[in-house]
Design a protein around this ligand. Structure first.
Ligand SMILES: [Zn+2]
Length: 170
């Protein structure tokens, strides 16, 4: 009887273990702000919709803030670093359409982020809000930064094109 109990207990442990392991190994599209971000896959590969690389779901850890509440967010989190990952021309308002940017933001284009992220090292313990025009580029930047060890990364969903409040806009 004792042996049987032990055997059953072992079985339960093994199945629980493989269940939790299996759950860890879900994959999602590298976040790009499109609907396919929500699709879940069982193995690595590429997203069937946008052809971006699939990453482990558990590694997508950044949070998000809505464009309609960004000014309030900045007001209540004045130390948050605002990171615009668009091109310098977009940041400087030289493009058409010009969606503007946020006051006191810093600009590191996503194309340069891999070689310039050390410029952000001094902000590693602070919250960094990442944004672009439509939140297609910024989730990728947010993902990259969280992979580099930044713990408090927030992506602004929707991007500057959806920020209507002029209070925190430049
Ligand atoms: Zn995709």
């Amino acid at each position: 009887m004792k042996t049987l109990k032990l055997f059953l207990l072992t079985l339960i442990c093994i199945s629980l273990f493989s269940f939790s392991r299996g759950r860890d190994e879900k994959y999602q599209c590298l976040p790009c702000g499109r609907d396919c971000d929500k699709a879940v896959f069982d193995k690595p590969g590429e997203c069937t919709h946008c052809h971006m690389k699939l990453v482990k779901s558990a590694t997508i850890t950044f949070k998000s803030v809505k464009p309609t509440s960004i000014c309030d967010y900045i007001k209540s989190n004045p130390k948050a670093i605002l990171l615009d990952v668009r091109t310098k021309d977009e940041f400087d308002g030289k493009t058409d359409p010009n969606f503007g940017t946020l006051k006191n933001a810093i600009n590191i284009p996503i194309q340069q982020l891999d070689e310039r992220f050390s410029e952000l090292d001094k902000y590693k313990s602070q919250t960094i809000v990442v944004y672009c025009s439509h939140s297609h580029r910024s989730p990728q930047a947010a993902y990259l930064l969280s992979q580099k060890g930044f713990k408090n990364i927030i992506n602004m969903s929707g991007g500057m094109s959806e920020v209507t409040n002029k209070d925190c806009k430049k």
